[in-house]
Design a protein around this ligand. Structure first.
Ligand SMILES: [Fe+2]
Length: 334
């Protein structure tokens, strides 16, 4: 970090336009361009995908590893380039997380590089930048942020400090998401969702996500369903399944989602399932895998692929067998 930081030696990720899904190929092209410029800083501006690519470009500028060798937890050797992230959506929390997700086109699966070297040096979160995000993207990204917080709070490795961010993130998304979807210019709602996304991102490093994300990856990788949308469709079934393992924690989530307290924790937790469904429906999300081109006959294959996402399944509060995963997919059809 010895070179002086100037406009000339700083690459902005909008210089390297990332549209559509962040594939390994798109990342490698971006890295090639960046290497020609020898920047001292990468500034990532955009939604989760451009930020993830910016984070990886910064880390791989002087790294002899191939990206394939770094998929997993803690395998990235280093980062020696400044990295600044500015999110323009409220969802992934990539601006503060150690995660970067790329689509492996050959395997048709999204794969993650998880490393403390991917946490940006600085982040600027300005809700004004999210004001023009269209309603559907606001819904999908917001539901992704909500899922990060829920999967952190109910995680097998939950932590009291992370719980604070997680439960507050759930409350903020409950309070502001529908308004942000229906009235994008409402800056109070946008601010609430920016914060929910940031809190969700802060949960991703120390605790990370679990079965919802593991089951969502094949939906994104093979069927190209938006990440947050995949999570939203799977979340009610997985939440119901996991509630058996920790009714008290799921009841706390349900209350944060606005559910009435029931006669016992399990009853309260199950009211949370209905709150999740209502929230998604109010955001215009159709909770039916069939609507997004998935057939029931695809389920065994989807479950087989999801079972390979062990880095997330190990975090789930309830152990999942392949038959369980198949049932969860089937329960996510209308
Ligand atoms: Fe996510």
């Amino acid at each position: 970090m010895e070179k002086e930081l100037t406009k000339a030696n700083c690459i902005v990720s909008s210089d390297i336009s990332i549209s559509g899904e962040p594939t390994i190929g798109a990342f490698e092209r971006a890295l090639e361009i960046a290497k020609e410029r020898q920047p001292t800083c990468i500034l990532g501006i955009g939604g989760g995908s451009p930020l993830d690519v910016a984070k990886l470009v910064a880390a791989f500028l002087d790294n002899t590893q191939t990206v394939h060798r770094t998929f997993g937890i803690g395998l990235l050797a280093s980062r020696n380039c400044h990295l600044v992230c500015v999110p323009t959506t409220s969802g992934t929390g990539s601006e503060v997380s150690p995660n970067a997700i790329l689509l492996d086109e050959e395997a048709q699966l999204k794969k993650g590089v998880i490393s403390p070297h991917l946490v940006p040096d600085a982040t600027f979160v300005d809700p004004e930048l999210t004001r023009t995000v269209p309603p559907d993207i606001t819904a999908y990204t917001g539901l992704d942020a909500l899922t990060h917080c829920i999967e952190a709070y109910t995680n097998a490795f939950s932590h009291p400090l992370v719980d604070l961010y997680a439960i507050r993130g759930i409350e903020l998304a409950t309070q502001h998401l529908v308004t942000a979807v229906q009235d994008g210019a409402n800056i109070e709602a946008r601010t609430g969702m920016s914060l929910a996304s940031l809190y969700g991102g802060l949960c991703l490093g120390p605790v990370n996500t679990a079965a919802v994300h593991a089951l969502a990856y094949p939906l994104g990788g093979e069927f190209h369903i938006a990440h947050g949308l995949s999570n939203a469709v799977l979340l009610p079934a997985v939440f119901r399944f996991n509630a058996q393992a920790s009714p008290l924690r799921h009841a706390a989530v349900a209350i944060a989602l606005g559910a009435e307290i029931g006669t016992n924790d399990m009853e309260t937790a199950l009211r949370g399932v209905q709150r999740l469904r209502t929230l998604s429906i109010e955001c215009g999300v159709l909770l039916d895998l069939g609507h997004y081109g998935i057939r029931r006959s695809d389920v065994p294959h989807l479950a087989e692929v999801a079972m390979t996402v062990t880095r997330l399944l190990k975090n789930n509060p309830r152990v999942l067998q392949q038959e369980d995963v198949e049932q969860l997919y089937l329960q996510s059809f209308a």
